[in-house]
Design a protein around this ligand. Sequence first.
Ligand SMILES: N=c1c2ncn([C@@H]3O[C@H](COP(=O)(O)OP(=O)(O)OP(=O)(O)O)[C@@H](O)[C@H]3O)c2ncn1[C@@H]1O[C@H](COP(=O)(O)O)[C@@H](O)[C@H]1O
Length: 130
Amino acid sequence: MISIIEAYKDDRGQSMSTDASAAILDELFAVIEGRKAADPESSYTAKLFAKGRKKIAQKVGEEGVECAIAAVSETPDDVVAESADLLYHLMVLWAEQGITPDRIYAELGKRVGVSGLAEKAARAKTGKPL
Ligand SMILES: N=c1c2ncn([C@@H]3O[C@H](COP(=O)(O)OP(=O)(O)OP(=O)(O)O)[C@@H](O)[C@H]3O)c2ncn1[C@@H]1O[C@H](COP(=O)(O)O)[C@@H](O)[C@H]1O
């Protein structure tokens, strides 16, 4: 059976931009984009956009740390909640930078089937990612 990750590549091995499993991320991203024009008094996302890139980047860092702390000292349910917080803030960061989720899916797709160890070894030789 073809895995969800393999499904990101078409029969020519090219990365595909999206599938149903990414729909929730795409939906959330569309909401986040829409909040660029919203009132910061009525939207947390709009408030983040108003505070700017440094604040958004700081929140991504905080949520990443909270996720890591949950992994070592809390429950898997806490990791799920912190992961959702992290993904949301990461998507706000993408939106602020003009990056669409398709670019992240494509990047992940390019890496499918490339061993992380092989990539690391090649990078050590050339100084560049594969
Ligand atoms: N997924 C999320 C989401 N995850 C987390 N958060 C908010 O992120 C914040 C993170 O918690 P913190 O305790 O770190 O927040 P805080 O201490 O108030 O943050 P700062 O003072 O540091 O800014 C909380 O206010 C959460 O409610 C989110 N806010 C919004 N969304 C999605 O974005 C949509 C639009 O939200 P609004 O822009 O608020 O309408 C929502 O319908 C959701 O789908």
